[in-house]
Design a protein. Sequence first.
Length: 392
Amino acid sequence: MNKSLRFVALVALSLPIAARAVYAPIPEQEQGKALIYRLGGSVYHDSNIFGAATGEIDSMVYSATGSISYNGSVNDQTFATASYDVTFDHIADRPGKKNLTSHALLARVAHAFTSATNIDVSDRYMISKNPQSLLAGIPLNSDQSFTMNEFNARFATNAGQKTGLVFKYRNLAMAYDTAALAVQLDRMENLFGAEMNFALLPETKILGEYRYLDIAYDTAGNTKDKQSHFLLAGVDYNPGQEITLSARAGFEDRTREGAADTTSPYLELSARYGYAEGSFFTGGYTFAIEEASDVTRFTDTRVNRLFLNVQHRISGAFTASSSFTIEPSKLQGRAGQTDLDETTTRFGAALSWIPTKNWVITGTYDRDHVASDDNARDQERGRYGVSARLSF
């Protein structure tokens, strides 16, 4: 697999593109060219189109998708990729507007100044009218459509023969369509990071990292804004193309506007094992403080997240894949509000048939389950269906 196609596969597995309504990874085809067009269609049943705790509305959903992507080298030092996806959904039993259009745009440029110094910049813009994952605790049958933009930049260079420096920046902007959600949840997050690493062995790198996170809400920031300082130590282990291991551990010191400050452990663990052509495991665990969907009652939530993805090529034409995430968490109550325990479980499975290099036909199943101390935050949602995609 060439460099550009490896990146396409990575993007497909890590980004929740609006045109894909399944948690499990779907195999990408080897096209062998820079410019690729895709057309697709799907039909599936959604048992809870708004993610409501009670009075769920189920519906058949009929979708048509189109996309264009470019992946190639601009010159010997610069690699660029860009893609645009559009999805047209018809949700037969949705109250009000039944026809929804979602968009997703991705652009990335990676440039190597020298063999030791490089920069990687990307931007992802999404208009999601039929979100893949829905928030818990939102008023009954509320539209959760949103617009999101995420910008990432990474600069790496050497400070010595075995010592490296990495500087990172991420900007995330969230904007919800519904006025009630926009007042509560619209925000901007800025994350800055600086890392120093040392090559202990050719395959083993140890590092120290500092991060600064600023979360600024559009409305009532004096009660919801936050700033965090992270101090982390870690190790990256990469003995070959088949295995990658990464760990970060430390603490987060968080200042909350309008609420008590806190200090909490922070942990990131991730691994990837490619055991055969087209077959791999990825998994990991994180413990972190994240934003809550109900910022009126809760400052934020402490989340334990365990995740596992697997893709297995059964034969040359068939590939099975699955994903599983479980998130035991504790919502941090504001003054006078009790903390709540909540566990979110997400499962996805897919079986894909690739009869030719141009066609992928896939059957999918997704299941969401939220169990909370607050019954109004409980959620059950299931989706199953079939899709077909043509690439050329």
